[in-house]
Design a protein around this ligand. Structure first.
Ligand SMILES: Cc1ncc(COP(=O)(O)O)c(C=O)c1O
Length: 438
């Protein structure tokens, strides 16, 4: 008898799922199962409401001397404060942009202004191309790119190779927090330490990690960290964290009229204000999950005001951390169940870490191939049954080329996030077995 997730984990799955209106859709009379989180997650109703509410009542440009413009300024400030809590930094260290890729190209142009022949940038074969091509573009300026190898058997970074490639010539190390293809979580703190030991900056792509674990940029000590809110239950936007001194010292390409103050000098033109309104709502949703968890543990509700008008010494940040601890526990149960089930499917090859004793080094993102079936065929057949998975390389191009699966369709990717359930995992396994045996 399958165990239902409500009995096993800290999050209240029924409440969580009720927050996301899209989860109740059907495909060919089958319930839709969203296993496409790594490509983009669903949003809770409050994010939809915040976006619509902004457009209905506050639609304006910034810095005007009238109500809707002032409200727009306040909306952006609230989203910055929310992202500062989410990443553990100051609000003026947060810049918004259309997506991670665009922000990273902008940063590479700015950082590249200081680089030339003799300078080196260290990248990895595990990374999404959005953390590769923007830096490779600096080869035009004479910069040398050094690629870190991976251990093919478990799709982890070769840390010895990484350490040997960071030298006194290295100016920047760009690395992913977690792989969007195989789910490997990198030892980012150690990589930042190795970069700093040689005076290089560390640029972290946290796009894939952000829905799975709490991020603390101060603890990591990274120079930059980028993520995309549409991967963690928010709207289609990108977010850049930069250490204050970097955002102040580096020179962005910008229009003359734009301020020189941080963080606005790193934001170009008019931003997507309605989506920015959705960002604060998405962070609040995550914090609310955490508040629920803390209250079931009998701990003070972090947002409840104290008699002195403050809160109980806890904070939205504490609530966010509690939410991620609960997400982790729930995702771990699904990871174990799906891994065990996939191992039973004949002809299935799972890429990345498969040993349960090492599950702390990965998240619940699976790259799979099944003998006799292309990833596209599997994704299509699953799609007809209501399971939304992905096939191909998902821009983790260096990895699919390296593992020699690029020409034969890449992988089938199954990505689990906290709104998925053990029951969905069980149903997926049944469907996969049927497809493979047909
Ligand atoms: C690990 C990773 N990095 C970067 C990106 C690019 O993000 P964006 O679509 O915000 O440019 C993605 C998108 O899938 C990703 O998964």
């Amino acid at each position: 008898m399958p165990i239902t997730e409500q009995e096993k984990t800290a999050i209240e799955t029924a409440w969580v799922r009720a927050q996301f209106p899209s989860l109740s859709q059907t495909v060919n009379a089958q319930p839709a199962v969203f296993l496409d989180g790594p490509g983009g997650t669903q949003v809770p109703q409050r994010v939809i409401d915040a976006i619509a509410g902004y457009l209905r009542s506050n639609n304006a440009n910034t810095c005007g001397a009238y109500a809707t413009s002032r409200n727009t300024d306040a909306t952006i400030a609230a989203a910055r404060a929310a992202m500062a809590d989410f990443l553990g930094c100051h609000a003026d260290e947060i810049a918004f942009g259309p997506n991670m890729t665009t922000l990273t190209f902008a940063m590479s142009r700015a950082i590249g202004r200081e680089l030339g022949a003799g300078d080196e940038i260290v990248l990895t074969h595990l990374d999404h191309d959005a953390n590769v091509s923007p830096w490779r573009a600096l080869e035009e300026r004479g910069v040398t790119i050094r690629m870190v190898e991976i251990q093919e058997e478990d799709c982890t970074l070769d840390m010895e190779d990484l350490a040997s490639k960071i030298t006194a010539r290295t100016r920047l190390v760009a690395v992913g927090y977690a792989s969007n293809a195989v789910g490997t979580i990198n030892d980012v703190k150690e990589i930042v330490r190795l970069a700093h030991r040689h005076g290089a900056m560390a640029y972290i792509d946290a796009v894939h990690y952000a829905p799975h674990g709490a991020i603390d940029v101060r603890a990591l000590d990274c120079d930059f960290l980028v993520c995309s809110t549409y991967k963690f239950f928010g709207p289609h936007m990108g977010v850049l964290y930069g250490k204050r001194e970097n955002l102040q010292r580096l020179q962005p390409y910008k229009v003359r009229a734009n301020t020189n103050a941080i963080p606005n000098r790193w934001e170009w033109g008019t931003l997507n204000h309605e989506c920015i309104a959705g960002i604060a709502a998405c962070v609040e949703y995550i914090a609310d999950v955490g508040r629920g968890v803390l209250s079931t543990q009998g701990l003070p509700h972090p947002s409840a005001p104290s008699a002195e008008g403050g809160n109980h010494g806890t904070s939205r940040r504490a609530a966010i951390e509690a939410a991620f601890a609960a997400f982790h526990e729930h995702e771990r149960a699904m990871l174990e169940r799906l891994m065990a089930g996939l191992k039973q499917i004949s002809g299935a090859k799972i890429y990345g870490i498969t040993d349960p004793a090492r599950f702390d080094e990965r998240c619940a993102t699976f790259a799979v191939r099944i003998e006799g079936h292309t990833p596209l065929e599997l994704a299509t057949k699953l799609g007809e049954r209501g399971f939304f998975t992905w096939d191909g390389n998902y821009y983790a191009l260096n990895l699919t080329e390296h593992l020699d699966v690029e020409k034969s369709g890449g992988f089938l990717r199954i990505g689990l996030v906290h709104y998925n359930t053990l029951e969905e995992v069980d149903r997926l396994l049944v469907a996969l077995r049927e497809i493979v045996q047909a």
